[in-house]
Design a protein around this ligand. Sequence first.
Ligand code: MG
Length: 161
Amino acid sequence: MRIGHGYDVHRLVSGRKLILGGVEIPHHLGLLGHSDADVVTHALMDALLGAAAVGDIGQHFPDSDPAYLGASSLVLLGRVMDLLAREGWRLENADLTILAQRPKLKDHIPQMRQNLARAMGVPLTAVSVKATTEEGLGFTGMEQGIAAHGVVLLEAMAPGA
Ligand code: MG
């Protein structure tokens, strides 16, 4: 078995969509980035790649590459899973934590879990998404950005599986 951790931050700006775990969330600010800036999915992908020790998303999907301009992070997540399968790994579970002062994310979490589980081809029960504020402190508390952490456990696939 292998454990992996991922962390990501994106800046909150006006004039951008707020997409978290593949859910477009109504808010007056959105996340700035080259792709859809889905900070939750990015932290998850980095955790997956880290557990398999095969680099990070900046290396696999460089933001200098126009192919990834506006890219759906859920599609990229599917590619990461394909890569892990080729390396002989399957996902046991993923646990994600979103750090955001606003908006309230509770009502969107079931859809995020569904989107991520479907994109990874794992049962819903294998994917946890949690959200917390940082009590008004720091850049998430000041609503300058949103951060996310991801932790995953990979298991080596049985030979021939
Ligand atoms: Mg990112």
